[in-house]
Ligand binder design. Sequence first.
Ligand SMILES: Cc1ncc(COP(=O)(O)O)c(C=O)c1O
Length: 380
Amino acid sequence: MQEEKLLLIPGPTPVHPRIINRLSLPTISHVSPVFVREFKDALKNLKKIVFCEAGESFIVAGAGTLSMEMTLVNLLNQKEKALVLSQGYFGQRMKEISSAFGFECDIIQSPLGRAVQPEQVKEQIDKQDYALVLSTHVDTATGACAPIKEYAQVVKNKDILFAVDGVCATGGIEEKMTDWGVDVILTAAQKCFGVPPGLAVMVFSDRAMDKRKSLSFVPAYYGDLMKWLPIMKDPSKYFSTPCVNEIRAFCEGTRVMLDETMEVRFKRHQKTARAIRAGLESLGFSFFTEDKYFADTITVPIYPHGVRDDEFRTKLAEKRVLFAGGLGRLKGKVFRIGHMGNISYSQIEFAMDAVEKALSEIGYEFDKGSGLKAVKQVLQ
Ligand SMILES: Cc1ncc(COP(=O)(O)O)c(C=O)c1O
């Protein structure tokens, strides 16, 4: 059997035993009363997690990229234009998806490691007509967390829908859909929900649903919200076979979250992030993301002189801890630690101890034990 490693990559994240247990139950009929009840619970819980008071939730086999695609194709007609607020890699993907469907789309790209400024958004939407503004909440490549609440305030003053890519944030960082005036939260199962990959997860406000209903055509079949809406209202109906085990696991994942309470969960993510940064700082690491934009779900440390990416992460993996490498032009210069979902404080301490051991073996000089001590000080 393969030895289990602690997955501190930016998704998939470690899966809680309660969730794994649901996943491993025998597969039941997708129209059985047990499954229908759990599917309904998952949809209801999802709205609580994003603080949506009026709207529809959707859970469809797929992943975050399908959520991005479904959001775009269901909210625009071919004459309308979208504006993407990109903090890095995944904002660019949003633009690529809109081009694939022939939608006109402008993009404001922030410097890497920072986020687009709300004033830039205001200036752009005053200049041009947009039907939809989309923003990544946390960019998984750069670790930058965008000021979603502030963007929402700017967009709210116009008749524009506002969608948030919460793939690396939803359930780990606060997102108050109704209060803030966010029309769509799109996400996936494998990050802050701590559920294995396999689901596209979305919540649409009533305003966003009205927009979809006003469109006579959307360039999608499987991804058409109107095909799925009857199923989400009554999961005993059929459109396309839902992934029964995965949705049962997702339902349990939402229960784990609500049992913890969202308030406690957000605070735990904040504390975990602070602890990891304190530990790494005391070992001499600096960070790619500017302080103001630090995310509570991911940290992107820069390698100090003398520490090579492949060597460090190989040594770490031998100690059963997995971090991810840098993406794109950051490859080899930074690494990425995902600290979201159902990760415990003792797992963070275990990881920091492994980091120190790996660094020692490489011959990197540092004050031994200082990383772990700093982590413990924050977590106590
Ligand atoms: C912010 C963000 N958006 C979208 C995606 C795409 O999600 P998926 O890989 O599930 O398709 C990711 C994946 O890491 C992401 O981090």
